[in-house]
Structures are given as structure tokens and as C-alpha cells.
Design a binder for this molecule. Structure first.
Ligand code: MBD
Ligand code: FE
Length: 308
């Protein structure tokens, strides 16, 4: 079918009305964006000759995606969250705000308000003592000259041995594997935790349903998420992705980057008071200087348990 009506004067006037151009209320920026969305959607319907059934399948999909709380997951899986980083990297390069540890995506599973510890802490609640490998994670937060930043906040979170995150997985205790660690006078943070497993999308969920149609898996390599912040420095959202994982460079969310690969060093005979086989991971972070106050803060993306 080659009938195209979306760009006629009549249809354009209709979309302008629908986008609120005929009134003086609402938000002018949203009106302009919505007009564009209506136009792009109409062109898509025409160009692909979408059937009614296809269109309403999509509407139902959006409902199911929201009901399962998977919007953030789909955005990561379609590479859109990665694209936002690519764009910010390009902007940074343009203005010469470069150097330090690369950023990578936050993902949809952060929970605000994790317990705060000074210098060092244990992150796991011990429920996986029989199945998990103990992981000693440590490093320093440094400036671009390699000078330690004392009093930086290392806000970190990771999955358990099943690849699940506390809060979203109600079988785990509150804030299991989530902590905020304040660096000591040498900029050092230390955590005793467990080696995480990679995350996999719910095979029954709407995100995996979409990925199936694209012929793609929904797996991430084992990884640890970080927000690093300190007064006067630029907020950093990043991750360590673990070397040796089958999905290290085949991440459905495209978060692995050069400079963000961590190498577990296994201690076969135990270490640091642990008698069984355990792992050590050392990772330092380098922060850029903040250009202004806003630069010191993370995005205002709505997150779980966001309280004042
Ligand atoms: C994760 O743990 C994650 O980090 C991302 C980006 C998407 C889904 C699950
Ligand atoms: Fe994750």
C-alpha cells in the first residue's frame, strides 16, 4: 500500500492540535517533542505499512513492559542507555573534559540509601557462605594526577551468585550486596563480598520477548556497579566487568569497555583470614575535576527508594 497521508496539510494541522499547539497551557518543549513523536510514528506506520494487529500488539507490549517494571531493562538491552553514554563521551571530547576512568551505564537496578561505612565493610549477609567465593575488593579513588581523594563516596552494588540483585529479588535481605564506602585518608576503599554471577533477563519477561524477536540473548557478564563522587570532582557512573566471563564482550547491555575490565586473582589456599579458596580484585578509579556543582551529581533518573 503506497497511500501516504501523514504529511498533508490536513494531517499536520491535526497532529498540531493533538500535540497541544492550539492552546496556551502545558509545556512548550513537550508539545514540540510530542509533535515530532506523532510525525515519526505516523511515518513509521506508513513506511512499514503496519497492520492494525501489529500496532495493537505494540500497545499491549508497552502495557506489559510497564506492568513488569522492565522499561529500564529494555532501554539497556536496545543499546539506548549505551547511546546516551556515547553521546556524552562525544560532548566531553568536544569540550576537552576528558581523562580518568571511563563512564558506563548505570543499569536499572540501583537502590538509593545503602548503608554507609568508613573505609572498609562487608557487603554480603552470609546467606551464600556455602556456595559463594569470597571476594576481597579494594582500590583507591584518585584525581587525574594520581593523587588520592580522601572522603570520596564509593557507592557500589552487585548481584549474588544467582545473578540477582537485592530489593528486586525479595528473597535477599535488605541492601544485601549494596554499600556506600567513604574512602580513607589515602583514598582507599575496601570491601569483603562475594564473587557475583552475570545477570540474565527473565526468560518469561517482555524484554527477553523482544530480544528473542531480534535473535539476541539477554545476558550480562559478571560485574560490579559504582557511583563514585567527591566534593570538587565530577560524578562517575561506571562498572567493573570481570575478565574470563563468557559474556565479557558479548554483553546484552553493551556496558563493557576498555579500561573497565577487572581481573580476579584467586587465592587457592585462602587469604586474609579466610581459609578456603577466595578471590582478590584491585581496581582504582580516577575522577575528573568538576566544572560546576551540577557536575558533581549523578543524573536525576528516578530510582528505587529515592528519598530526600
Ligand atoms: C543489570 O545488572 C545491569 O547491570 C543492566 C545494565 C541491565 C540489567 C541488569
Ligand atoms: Fe548490573
Amino acid at each position: 500500500m503506497t497511500v501516504k497521508i501523514s504529511q498533508t496539510a490536513e494531517t499536520q494541522a491535526f497532529f498540531k492540535e493533538a500535540a497541544g499547539f492550539a492552546n496556551n497551557d502545558g509545556n512548550p518543549r513537550i508539545k514540540k517533542i510530542m509533535f515530532r513523536v506523532l510525525n515519526d510514528l505516523a511515518k513509521l506506520i506508513e513506511d512499514f505499512d503496519l497492520t492494525e494487529d501489529e500496532f495493537w500488539t505494540f500497545a499491549d507490549y508497552v502495557n506489559r513492559l510497564g506492568k513488569r517494571g522492565e522499561a529500564g531493562l529494555l532501554i539497556a538491552g536496545l543499546g539506548i542507555e549505551r547511546f546516551l553514554d556515547m553521546r556524552q563521551d562525544a560532548i566531553d571530547a568536544e569540550i576537552g573534559q576528558t581523562g580518568g576512568t571511563p563512564r558506563t551505564i548505570e543499569g536499572p537496578l540501583y537502590v538509593a540509601g545503602a548503608p554507609v561505612a568508613q573505609g572498609s565493610t562487608r557487603m554480603d549477609d552470609g546467606t551464600e557462605d556455602n556456595v559463594a567465593t569470597v571476594m576481597f575488593l579494594e582500590g583507591q579513588v584518585l584525581d587525574l594526577d594520581g593523587k588520592p581523594i580522601a572522603g570520596a563516596t564509593v557507592d557500589l552494588w552487585h548481584a549474588n551468585t544467582k545473578g540477582n540483585y537485592s530489593f528486586f529479588d525479595k528473597s535477599q535481605s535488605e541492601y544485601n550486596l549494596r554499600r556506600r564506602i567513604i574512602t580513607d585518608s589515602e583514598g582507599r576503599y575496601q570491601a569483603r563480598s562475594i564473587v557475583p554471577s552475570g545477570y540474565g533477563c527473565d526468560p518469561q519477561g517482555p524484554t527477553q520477548e523482544c530480544l528473542d524477536l531480534l535473535g539476541r540473548h539477554g545476558q550480562r557478564p559478571a560485574h560490579i556497579h559504582f557511583f563514585i563522587s567527591a566534593p570538587g570532582y565530577r560524578h562517575l557512573t561506571t562498572q567493573i566487568n570481570l575478565a574470563g566471563d563468557k559474556y565479557l564482550w558479548d554483553d546484552f547491555a553493551y556496558a563493557t569497555r576498555d579500561g573497565l575490565v577487572g581481573e580476579l586473582v584467586f587465592r587457592e589456599g585462602g587469604a586474609r583470614g579466610v581459609s578456603e579458596r577466595c578471590a582478590e580484585l584491585r581496581f582504582d578509579f580516577q575522577l575528573q575535576k568538576a566544572a560546576d556543582n551540577k557536575d558533581e551529581q549523578r543524573s536525576h533518573r528516578p530510582r528505587a527508594l529515592q528519598v530526600l
